[in-house]
Design a protein around this ligand. Structure first.
Ligand code: ADP
Ligand code: MG
Length: 406
């Protein structure tokens, strides 16, 4: 692992440093439901303020449409960040406008400001290089140096991740460093048996990573919404469960490839099927090959792996030396459909100390915390789902390459 680290920026006392964090936390009615990503950004910010830098924190939150949208404001994050840093964090109500100008002008050594959501500006995620460069220029004019610490976005070629790093003296922060140390253990020398557990809802995103992971792992456990595309590929009907019909051929290809490589893909043998999407739904457990044979017929929705599957997954995890888990096994946000995800989380916590268990993905991390597991029950909880998957796939991540990564 090599890239430019904080030391490469020299003495930062009195210098203004722009820090790209990933403070994209889940919010419910304006309240932060999992502050893991804010906590993860603290070491770098503390290192910078302690060294006397004037710190400007930038981040995105959610997916606003390139314009201000109050429900994606970072204001609640500024409050929580201030609590965690033990100092007041000035919040600017825009990203590169008058409020940001004023906040930056008021910075003293060791002070911290947080600018409003980067994605309120169309230049941040523009497909047009010149537009991204223009926006990066407006961010860059505030600062003497740039620190990239938003691990969750390093796979994105976006203005605050890539173009601004080209513009200013730039380095990786401590979070990116810590994330990569763990992920490198997974790619370079994973102790075997190596098991990957995949679930979640972004079906097509994650189907693509399976191909890349197959040559590297011993066992792949599949749960969550993507499982129904597998079951359908095997010829089973799946009722009204999540299904991406345009991925069926790809899935059949992976199943064949796995067989050739001697990788075991473990699919659920039982599924919790619900009458509708909601905590008050009726539900039954049924065999994975007969989802439409419940009282709900073709309108039945598979919302969790069943108990037999959960026990089998837990057994495989218990026998593994390296486990990477991305994506909940079911709709864990609804109590009746949380058991599968809970079973995987506790199996992973149980191997801690004797094997390396890594949790990746925003919702998976939120799930384990919602279940009451402390972060140190796991080998590592990654702050980046997509980024960690792409890293494991061996893809080139623009946000790392621009920091001299090799
Ligand atoms: P992560 O953020 O950990 O990478 P994803 O964003 O891919 O995970 O997926 C998380 C979401 O997947 C959760 O909100 C969960 O409710 C949903 N999910 C899991 N299983 C199912 C299912 N069977 N049907 C519908 N949604 C599901
Ligand atoms: Mg997610």
């Amino acid at each position: 692992m090599s890239f430019r680290t904080l030391e490469s920026l020299g003495d930062l006392r009195g210098k203004t440093v722009l820090v790209r964090c990933d403070l994209n936390v889940p919010l419910k009615d304006g309240t932060i439901t999992d502050d893991g990503r804010i906590r993860a950004s603290v070491p770098t910010l503390t290192a910078l303020t302690t060294s006397g830098a004037r710190v400007i924190v930038i981040s995105h939150l959610g997916r606003p449409d390139g314009a201000p949208d109050a429900k994606y404001s970072l204001a609640p994050v500024a409050t929580r960040l201030g609590e965690l840093l033990g100092t007041s964090v000035v919040f600017a109500s825009d990203t590169v406008g008058q409020s940001a100008d004023d906040a930056v002008a008021g910075l003293g050594d060791g002070d911290v400001v947080l600018l409003e959501n980067l994605r309120f500006n169309p230049g941040e995620t523009s497909k047009d290089d010149a537009e991204r460069r223009e926006f990066a220029g407006r961010l860059g004019r505030y600062a003497d140096a740039f620190v990239s610490d938003g691990f969750g976005v390093v796979h994105r070629k976006q203005a605050s991740v890539y173009e601004v790093a080209e513009l200013l003296p730039s380095a990786a922060g401590l979070l990116i460093q810590a994330e990569l140390e763990v992920l490198e253990r997974l790619t370079r020398t994973p102790e075997q048996p190596y098991t990957v557990v995949l679930g979640g809802s972004k079906v097509s995103d994650k189907l693509a990573v399976i191909g890349a992971l197959l040559p590297k792992v011993n066992t792949l456990l599949v749960g969550g919404g993507m499982v129904f595309t597998f079951l359908a590929a095997l010829g089973h009907t799946v009722g009204s469960s999540l299904l991406e019909t345009d991925q069926l051929d790809a899935v059949r290809g992976y199943l064949a490839q796995a067989e050739e490589l001697g990788v075991e893909i473990v699919l659920p043998t039982d599924i919790v099927v619900a009458s509708k999407f909601g905590a008050d739904a009726d539900f039954v457990t049924t065999a994975a090959d007969s989802i439409e044979e419940t009282a709900f017929g073709a309108s039945g929705l598979g919302l969790d792996i069943g108990p037999e599957t959960a026990a089998r997954f837990a057994e495989v995890i218990a026998a593994s030396k390296t486990v990477f888990w991305n994506g909940p096994m079911g709709v864990f946000e609804l109590e009746p459909f949380a058991a599968g995800t809970k079973a995987v989380a506790s199996a992973l916590a149980d191997i801690n100390g004797t094997a390396l268990g890594v949790v990746g993905g925003g919702d998976s991390a939120a799930a384990v915390r919602a279940f009451g597991f402390a972060d140190d029950r796991f080998g590592h909880i990654s702050t980046g789902g997509g980024a960690s998957l792409e890293f494991l796939e061996g893809k080139h991540l623009p946000g790392l390459e621009v920091l001299g990564w090799q």
